[in-house]
Design a binder for this molecule. Structure first.
Ligand code: PLP
Length: 270
């Protein structure tokens, strides 16, 4: 669909965001994506790459879904719904990555694409095979924006500084790289946006809330996808998404024994 057609259509109807990622029963992954899209008045169409067994204290394992079935499911959704943006989260192995690359180059071509690369859960347990680096780079090459945290950016690119890592990911083909929590400061979170044709990175700084939270990265990436689905510029989509995450964390559900869960529903009100 041409951009102009898409813009005209999203004026009149609910934007549709295709979210592809892992199911986390404890509130990150697909669950975070659904809640974020709903809070931002977008429809989440969800395709699951893996079922994880975890709570916020740790990952006990995961089971990968069938990449061919996943492809058929995406084709089926795309044949019915006017997709406005796509967000990719957990991709457990290179077979799934290859299936997604085929989709990005085929059915999903031209769709704004947010790639949120994931190597490990916050607890440190792996959520992707050791050889997924190349698979992530293939997906990042097709992204409108990719949202690695500092550790992910360095691990995927081989860069030893945030700037070197971001430049290497841009060189792969990503249109923009938002490195989250890019600086080591205890009282603020600094996100840095590097654009393929830009000069110095754009700095975004926010107060850091005390405590630990589960699923903030997924929430941010999904909220950016919602902004892109509404045809916002990338800069505006990122600013609005960061403000949304900030509100969701400020009102987080403090119900489990470990990490708090961002309250995406409460974040919609302001
Ligand atoms: N996706 C899944 C399925 C997960 O289990 C997790 C973390 O446990 C994530 C994504 C990433 O979570 P976060 O947003 O905290 O980086």
């Amino acid at each position: 669909m041409l951009n102009a057609d898409r813009a005209a259509r999203t004026d009149q109807r609910t934007p549709c965001v295709l979210v592809i990622g892992g199911h986390d029963p404890a509130g990150a992954g697909i669950q975070a994506d659904i809640e974020t899209c709903a809070a931002l008045d977008c429809l989440a169409l969800t395709v699951v790459t893996a079922l994880t067994t975890q709570n916020t204290a740790g990952v006990h394992g995961y089971r990968t879904t069938d990449p061919r079935e996943l492809q058929r499911q995406v084709e089926l959704l795309a044949s019915e719904f006017p997709l406005d943006a796509c967000k990719i989260g957990m991709v457990p192995d290179r077979h799934m990555a290859a299936a997604l690359v085929e989709l990005c180059d085929g059915t999903l071509r031209g769709l704004p694409l947010v790639v949120d690369p994931l190597l490990r859960a916050g607890s440190g347990a792996p959520l992707a095979d050791d050889d997924m680096r190349a698979g992530w780079l293939d997906l990042i090459a097709r992204a409108s924006v990719t949202t690695p945290n500092r550790a992910e950016a360095c691990a995927l690119s081989g860069g030893t500084t945030v700037t070197a890592a971001a430049q290497a990911l841009l060189a792969q083909g990503a249109a923009a790289v938002l490195v989250t929590d890019a600086a080591s400061t205890t009282d603020s979170i600094v996100n840095l946006l590097f654009a393929a044709h830009g000069g110095a990175p754009i700095h975004y700084a926010m107060a850091r809330f005390p405590g630990e939270y589960h699923g903030t990265g997924c929430t941010l990436a999904s909220a950016i996808a919602c902004g892109l689905a509404r045809r916002l510029t990338l800069g505006t989509a990122i600013e609005q998404a960061q403000a949304f995450v900030h509100r969701a964390v400020a009102r987080a559900h403090q119900v489990g024994a470990r990490q708090a869960i961002p309250n995406r529903q409460a974040a919609r009100d302001e």
